[in-house]
Ligand binder design. Structure first.
Ligand SMILES: NC(=O)c1ccc[n+]([C@@H]2O[C@H](COP(=O)([O-])OP(=O)(O)OC[C@H]3O[C@@H](n4cnc5c(N)ncnc54)[C@H](O)[C@@H]3O)[C@@H](O)[C@H]2O)c1
Length: 248
């Protein structure tokens, strides 16, 4: 219950789903948490839930794919919490299309929201972490980065890009006391998953060894591990709470 005492975290897409669960789990371990989301009402609600747990919290609104918005959101968070020790790059979207029919804008939006955002948010928090010689960067990728999926070439490409980013940055900053790792969840029962066309979801659950979607509470503990001192020897790793979808 006290593995993150004194730590300040920023969770993107923290307004619902996996990000919300991670934000609440961090607060439960004693961290102060900034909840960033595109949707102010979601970010504010989760920040209130965290405050109700007795932890200091802060809500901030930004589109994570917008460079100027990210810069000001990180500056506002650092002003509110003092610093950012832990960044969780969680905000993301999902859409489906056969590649032959995929509009260029769908491809570009996916890369902007699910990959460019990871670069922008990480670059914005790194100077403080490098100065203090301590930091944790946790990127939420997907099991589809390893496995791929029909009608999700754009999503799988963005999420595989996140893994390449994770490993490369891990080399750069390891000796500055900063760890960079990824989590690759399997299908998790959130609005993102529920909004995928039903046939796609049914096929996925049918092939999944565990036979059911996971819950957000089956992902948050992996983020706590990577954020805490117990996670200090993970570097450039991809942890895979995925119901057996990819066994690596
Ligand atoms: N649910 C799954 O099955 C699953 C599986 C593997 C990976 N993931 C990944 O986990 C992460 C969270 O997914 P989720 O299932 O909790 O989704 P969700 O849709 O329930 O929550 C995503 C949150 O991100 C916010 N968001 C979206 N675009 C944003 C933007 N441009 N700027 C700021 N905030 C933005 C949304 O408002 C929302 O609150 C995503 O990166 C997703 O790709 C999800």
């Amino acid at each position: 219950m006290d593995r993150l005492i004194g730590k300040k975290a920023l969770v993107t897409g923290g307004g619902r789903g996996i990000g919300r669960a991670i934000a609440l789990a961090f607060a439960g371990e004693g961290a102060e948490v900034a909840v960033l989301d595109l949707r102010p009402e979601l970010a504010e609600k989760v920040a209130r839930e965290i405050a109700d747990l007795g932890a200091r919290s802060f809500s901030v609104v930004a589109n994570v794919s917008d460079e100027a918005a990210v810069k000001s959101a990180v500056a506002a968070t650092e002003a509110a919490l003092g610093q950012i020790d832990i960044l969780v790059n969680n905000a993301g979207i999902d859409t489906t299309s056969r590649l032959v029919d995929m509009p260029t804008e769908m491809w570009d939006e996916m890369i902007r929201v699910n990959l460019r955002s990871v670069f922008l948010c990480t670059r914005a928090v790194l100077p403080g972490m490098l100065q203090r010689k301590w930091g944790r960067i946790i990127n939420i990728s997907s099991q589809l980065a390893h496995k791929g999926a029909a009608e999700m070439a754009h999503y799988a490409a963005a999420k595989a890009g996140v893994l390449g980013f994770t490993r490369s940055l891990a080399y750069e900053v390891a000796r500055s006391g900063i760890t960079v790792n990824a989590i690759c969840p399997g299908p998790i029962d959130t609005e993102l998953f529920r909004n995928i066309p039903e046939g796609w979801r049914e096929n996925k659950l049918a092939e999944l060894p565990i036979g059911r979607a996971g819950t957000v509470d089956e992902i948050a503990p992996t983020a706590v591990l990577l954020a805490s001192d117990e996670g200090s020897y993970y570097l450039g790793a991809s942890l895979n709470p995925n119901g057996g979808d990819v066994m690596i």
